[in-house]
Ligand binder design. Structure first.
Ligand code: NDP
Length: 510
């Protein structure tokens, strides 16, 4: 679809201005910091969204001085304006320390006080470490007096956490108790980077800033919704973590349910953090519990095996994966939501590793027309309209409708109207971490997950994890059996069973 250059002339922006912030990154020597956080901060800096007084302090165990740390970041910021890059790196410092040693936090306190003697700046502590270190770091921050806020909460002290938020309901609740011993909920920012993606945020604009979608956004007009998050890569270098976690915990409990909530929730009273998160919670609580006795009708788990041409290894052949591992690398589910809006509409969610391609999308399939007025064309010959929200690799959306093909005959065909963010904006779409880091520094929790929503998600999924564990240890022939799929394929055949009674197939991942 061609869009004129001045298309966005009437854009309404509600962007807050940046405020001075001291951003401390724990785990600063790691992959997330170098690949995502620092480039995102640099791009914010280039867009004038990092306040000129803001500073970034990295902390990790690795011995490095400030210059070595800055140098280590350069390769992740290649091709950038050297002068601006040097200016940005001039705001970055580093110190090494052991997270379990109180002296580390005293050292940090001293650095913070040197940079902000009047203690007027907001503080953001980003925990880019393995989650097992959160119970060490958060209490120590508290003991060092670094998280204290006055009653009004200004200046702020915010703590940003990366998933996983627990491994099941009990561990998530324990993590939560630990956090709340030091922090108030308003200080905790739990990141789900899918929520920072433009298309995912656009779900709300699409639904609630337009009149044409919401009247048909219900069980009267929508046949089913498919949400896919497919990765072409395997377990990579994360074997140790992933084999303990699996796809249900790593992708489904967070990103998949977060996308589902945005697509299916009711309109919040206002677009603010509490109203938004109240609606998300309500939606997650409305999901019908999975019937464990006939789980395979609603949810299946899979694991990739060596590809047909042997070019890709199976999961059990990957480095550092135990040869007998039953960890799932694929999950597909049919979810039903028990509320007025969605009664009877299946939500088909699937996520996996080593699938045919990297693709994340939300596809809304509308019902067929009830009757065809066109001679020779039955209602069932007319394809249903679909709206596809592309989340990655290219963010955008596509609406497919039936239209007449030019000519004297009555020929009907599918017409797809495509919108690509990169095409329309003529450049790169900001990475999700840019938006999320900015929101943390602005104190806006709207795109971050609240603890009750996490607990509701674990409450839904923990019985499944327990049933899987039981079936693995007792080798029961049960409806939780692990299904295998060839690496590079579209996933296990058993996923087809979830479509029983639905007039559709899984959308192709290629
Ligand atoms: P890393 O495994 O690279 O760890 C980050 C840093 O933490 C390391 O550089 C290391 O620094 C320190 N560290 C690691 N293990 C230990 C340990 N046992 N004890 C003390 N320090 C340790 O993690 P990532 O950077 O990949 O990820 C950080 C967090 O973000 C994790 O919770 C991860 O689950 C999450 N995440 C990561 C994503 C990614 O793309 N990488 C995506 C989404 C979430 P040093 O040895 O110098 O102290």
């Amino acid at each position: 679809m061609l869009i004129p250059q001045n298309y966005w002339h009437s854009t309404l922006c509600a962007e807050n201005r940046p405020v001075p912030n001291l951003l401390v990154i724990f785990g600063a020597s790691g992959d997330l910091t170098r690949r995502k956080l620092i480039p995102a901060l640099y791009h914010l800096f280039m867009r004038d969204l990092l306040h000129s007084d803001s500073r970034i302090i990295g902390c990790a165990r690795s011995e490095m001085d400030k210059q070595q740390f800055r140098q280590s970041l350069r390769e992740f910021l290649t091709g950038e304006d050297q002068e601006k890059l040097n200016e940005f790196l001039g705001r970055v410092s580093y110190f090494s320390g052991d997270y379990s040693d109180p002296a580390t936090y005293q050292k940090l306190r001293q650095q913070i006080f040197e940079l902000d003697p009047g203690q007027t700046m907001n503080r953001t502590f980003y925990l880019a470490t393995p989650a097992s270190l959160y119970p060490q770091i958060v209490p120590e921050l508290g003991k060092a007096g670094l998280c204290a806020e006055n009653y009004e909460g200004t200046p702020w002290s915010h703590v940003v956490l990366e998933k996983p938020f627990g491994f099941d309901l009990a561990s998530a609740e324990a993590l939560d108790r630990m956090l709340h011993e030091t922090l108030r909920e308003r200080q905790i920012y739990r990141i789900d980077h899918y929520l920072g993606k433009e298309t995912v945020q656009n779900i709300l604009m699409l639904r609630f800033a337009n009149i044409i979608f919401e009247p048909v956004w219900n069980s009267s007009y929508i046949d089913h919704i498919q949400i896919t998050a497919a990765e072409s890569v395997g377990v990579g270098t994360r074997a140790g973590y992933y084999d303990q976690s699996g796809q249900l915990r790593d992708m489904f409990q967070n990103h998949m349910l977060a996308m589902l909530a945005l697509v299916a929730m009711e309109a919040p009273a206002v677009f603010d953090a509490d109203s938004m998160r109240d609606e998300q919670l309500k939606l997650i609580r409305s999901i019908r519990p999975f019937p464990i006795q006939e789980l395979d009708k609603y949810l299946i788990r899979g694991q990739y095996t060596q590809s047909m041409d042997k070019a890709l290894p199976g999961y059990r052949q990957e480095a550092n994966i135990p040869p007998g591992s039953n960890t799932e690398t694929y999950v597909a589910a049919k979810i039903l939501i028990d509320n007025w809006r969605w009664r009877g509409v299946p939500f088909l969610l699937r996520t996996g590793k080593r699938l045919a391609s990297k693709r994340s999308e939300i596809a809304i399939t509308f019902k067929r027309v009830p009757h065809s007025i066109f001679p020779q064309l039955r209602a069932e010959d007319l394809e249903p309209d679909t709206l596809v929200l592309n989340v990655q690799p290219e963010e955008g959306m596509a609406l497919s409708i039936q239209a007449k093909q030019p000519g004297s005959k009555l020929c009907m065909g599918k017409l797809t109207m495509n919108f690509s963010y990169a095409e329309v904006f003529g450049g790169k779409v900001p990475d999700a971490y840019e938006r999320l880091l900015l929101d943390c520094m602005l104190g806006d929790q709207t795109l971050f997950i609240r603890s009750d929503t996490i607990a509701a998600a674990w409450k839904l999924l923990t019985p499944i994890l327990e049933a899987w564990q039981k079936s693995d240890s007792q080798k029961l022939d049960c409806p939780c059996a692990l299904q295998f799929y060839s690496a590079g394929s579209e996933g296990p055949n058993a996923a087809e069973k979830l479509l029983d009674g639905i007039d559709s197939t899984w959308r192709t991942i290629k």
